[in-house]
Design a binder for this molecule. Structure first.
Ligand SMILES: [Zn+2]
Length: 129
C-alpha cells in the first residue's frame, strides 16, 4: 500500500498524492520548486518527525540552534489558504495546520515568509493570524 502524503496534496482529479510523488523527494534532497511545495514538505516533516529537514529548510538568519517537536502531537491536516509571490525570490504562504495535543485541538493559522537562495526555498518566519 502506498503511503499518502501527510500534506494532503491532490492531483488535478482530486486523487491524493503518495509521499513518494509529493513531499518525499524534497525530504530526500530535491529542491522544492516553489514556496508552497516547501511549506507542504515542512508540514509533512513535522508529521514524520524529520527534524533535520525542518532545520535545513529554515533560513539561516532565523534558524533555531535546535528544535524539539511537541511530543504526542497528532497532526490532523494542512490547508493552504493562499500562496503569493511577493518578489523575484520571495513568497508568502498562508495556511492552517490542525493538530491535537493533550486532547486539545489546536488550529495554527499563520502567514509564513519564504525566500529563495541558490535555487532553494527556505522558510524565514511567519505571523500568527
Ligand atoms: Zn506532500
Amino acid at each position: 500500500m502506498p503511503v499518502l502524503c501527510p500534506c494532503g496534496r491532490t492531483q488535478a482529479k482530486g486523487q491524493p498524492l503518495t509521499l513518494d510523488t509529493c513531499c518525499g523527494p524534497y525530504h530526500a534532497g530535491q529542491a522544492a520548486p516553489d514556496a508552497q511545495s516547501l511549506m507542504r514538505s515542512r508540514y509533512s516533516a513535522f508529521v514524520l518527525g524529520d527534524v533535520p529537514y525542518l532545520l535545513t529548510t529554515w533560513h539561516s538568519s532565523q534558524r533555531p540552534a535546535e528544535l524539539t517537536l511537541e511530543a504526542g502531537a497528532k497532526w490532523l491536516g494542512l490547508e493552504i489558504k493562499q500562496h503569493r509571490t511577493t518578489g523575484e525570490d520571495t513568497a508568502e504562504v498562508e495556511f492552517v495546520a490542525r493538530f491535537r495535543v493533550d486532547g486539545k485541538a489546536v488550529r495554527q493559522h499563520e502567514r509564513s515568509r519564504f525566500v529563495r537562495e541558490g535555487g532553494r526555498w527556505f522558510y524565514v518566519d511567519g505571523d500568527v493570524l
